[in-house]
Design a protein around this ligand. Sequence first.
Ligand SMILES: C=CC1=C(C)c2cc3[nH]c(cc4nc(cc5[nH]c(cc1n2)c(C)c5CCC(=O)O)C(CCC(=O)O)=C4C)c(C)c3C=C
Ligand SMILES: [Fe+2]
Ligand SMILES: [Fe+2]
Length: 346
Amino acid sequence: MKRGILLVNLGSPDSPNPKDVKRYLGEFLMDERVIDVPLWARNLLVKGIILNTRPKASAKAYKKIWWDEGSPLIVLSERLQEKVQELVDYPVALAMRYGSMAIKNGLQELVDKGCTEIKTIPLYPQFAMATTETIDVKVDELVAEYFPQLKITRTPAFYHREDYINVLSKSIAEKLDGLDYEHILFSYHGVPERHIRKSDITNGNCKMNGKCCFKKGSPQHEFCYRHQCEITTVNVAKKLGLKNGTYSTTFQSRLGFDPWLKPYTDRTIERMGKAGTKKMAIVTPAFVSDCLETLEEIAMEGEEIFHEVGGEEFTVIPCLNDREDFAQVLANMVEEWATTKKPLTV
Ligand SMILES: C=CC1=C(C)c2cc3[nH]c(cc4nc(cc5[nH]c(cc1n2)c(C)c5CCC(=O)O)C(CCC(=O)O)=C4C)c(C)c3C=C
Ligand SMILES: [Fe+2]
Ligand SMILES: [Fe+2]
């Protein structure tokens, strides 16, 4: 038996050109766990509307954040993989759920190195159909079709691991050290509210009213993205000793006309700026690697909104990216797998 690790992130287009962005968005948005409507409706919406309207604007946005080495999300994930590799004794491969760095290739790379037991680690702290679940399901499909000999161990969302909360808190404290700020926004990628109801294993516990997500001990929390985002904020706030009223949770990056998780980040930035907040900090804990949604939507568009309504200082806290201490969190997960030790949670 030989063990191997597969880190999996979201993915990016091959280049910031409209053709590559269109191909990438086509694969991403045709995932039934992302646009969760029947196939005929998804075809109509994605191929008939979104792919004919969005790629040009998205490509323009990607161009603004693209690095000489490539997509920030991919480059940062590769750097993280190298750091994890230095910390563990098993081969570590990297794959993306969408785009050219396919999960199938990542599994093949590990198989070629002789691995027979693979731990997959989705690089998402919070569970959602569009994050952890779509990776787990894709891995299962690929294993059934191409690698039936492999034994796969899944890794659940890690939002409540103590080591993760410590590292996230430390990254925020380091950036804000010596800075004067009035409010810190915890902005998570949004999902349509419908996704939360679909993942609700208690069939109706989640009322989307802000209370169910804080109820202690509900079995539904394991699959509730909203709960996991809220609790990430609460635990970091506790760790950093943030006072009530000086921090809040919001959701960004809506697409389409359905209701998405609220409050919305852009509207909150605008409202707080209008209400007189001058110095705001913002952290994006749903993203492990800086990407279009943090570097463009938050650091560029978000800052612009804030300044337009009278805000003065807008401090963006980087994602965990390839921090050594974050690589150590992932290495801890590997160690627990190898020794069957249980993680410490908060
Ligand atoms: C962090 C978790 C993410 C969830 C949950 C998520 C859900 C989700 N996303 C879309 C639509 C788009 N997302 C886009 C970019 C994007 N999304 C995530 C992460 C999550 N998405 C990341 C890390 C990125 C950036 C990728 C990069 O290359 O940097 C985009 C593309 C960009 C754009 O055109 O604006 C779309 C579209 C939906 C519908 C969804 C639903 C659950
Ligand atoms: Fe997204
Ligand atoms: Fe909930």
